[in-house]
Write a protein that binds this ligand. Structure first.
Ligand SMILES: [Zn+2]
Length: 287
């Protein structure tokens, strides 16, 4: 709303000209546009001398995925503002359709009594969510939210595919994920030297962990492996159960197939004579 009050400066901004008083604006670190102070969130961190977060409200709105608690936590941590689950739920309940939940939430925790609260004062929901976040931040500390998500996905994929019972193995997998991520970036940037370097790192890490790209323990239905490995997996994980009911009588089934299928076919194809029948009956002890 505040943006609309000064239509003239908005107009000037949209024309790409700087407002006359540069003191009244601040360049957003994300979109690099000069924006008025009220287009930034207030933060109370010694890191930001002017008490304004360096990324503008619009950019933050675009950056935060309010359907992902990870994304919300990540931004709040950067702003050093707390996540208070009750407040968040309250805001969500009040305006479930709003596309600026994050902004509404920040507003809801900006009462004077809450201004001194920081990320450290966060109150998370009771489920494992908070624990997962803590895990994720610990495992991939130093990476951005997007990178954390990419790395975690690769990591979980490796845990699901290969033996990960020892901490050493898990640590190697972690490093493999980072190297894979970096090699992907290198190839995207057409940097073949770096790509080669990271591929070598990956391959030597894989040797350390004693895993190969296709390994028996890592076999799942979607990966490429030999038919033998497939059968082995089926036999280990989904063995054929004991026969039940009428299927217990294996000999009876054999006789039935012999009498009503094999013999009839043999006759039809002239492969069986009356003599064969008699010989068989004598052999079986029938008269
Ligand atoms: Zn911006």
């Amino acid at each position: 709303m505040a943006r609309k009050t000064d239509r003239f400066s908005d107009l000037k901004q949209s024309l790409g000209t700087k407002t006359s008083s540069s003191a009244a604006t601040k360049k957003c670190t994300c979109c690099e546009e000069d924006k008025k102070f009220n287009e930034y969130y207030k933060v109370f961190s010694p890191l930001f001398k002017d008490d304004l977060f360096p990324t503008c409200k619009m950019c933050i709105k675009d950056l935060v995925d309010t359907s992902s608690s990870l994304s919300i936590y990540d931004m709040l941590r950067r702003m050093d503002r707390p996540f208070i689950v009750e407040k968040w739920d309250e805001v969500k309940e009040k305006s479930p359709e709003s596309d600026s939940l994050f902004g509404l939430y920040l507003k809801s925790i900006s009462a004077v009594t809450q201004l001194s609260l920081t990320w450290e004062d966060s109150m998370f929901p009771d489920d494992d969510d908070a624990e997962n976040i803590a895990d994720l931040n610990r495992r991939w500390s130093g990476f951005t939210y997007t990178e954390k998500m990419i790395l975690e996905e690769m990591y979980q994929e490796m845990l699901g595919s290969y033996d990960s019972s020892s901490p050493i193995q898990r640590d190697i997998y972690k490093n493999i994920c980072v190297a894979r991520h970096k090699s992907n970036i290198a190839i995207a940037k057409n940097n073949s030297t770096d790509f080669e370097r990271f591929r070598k790192v990956i391959s030597s890490l894989m040797n350390d962990a004693k895993i190969k790209p296709v390994q028996e323990t890592g076999f799942d239905e979607n990966s490429t492996a030999t038919f033998g490995q497939f059968i082995e997996k089926v036999e280990n994980e989904r063995p054929i159960p004991e026969a039940t009911g009428e299927f217990k009588d294996a000999d009876g089934i054999k006789k039935y197939i012999n009498k009503w299928f094999t013999k009839q076919m043999q006759r039809a194809l002239d492969l069986r004579t009356k003599n064969d029948d008699i010989e068989e009956k004598i052999k079986d002890g029938e008269s």
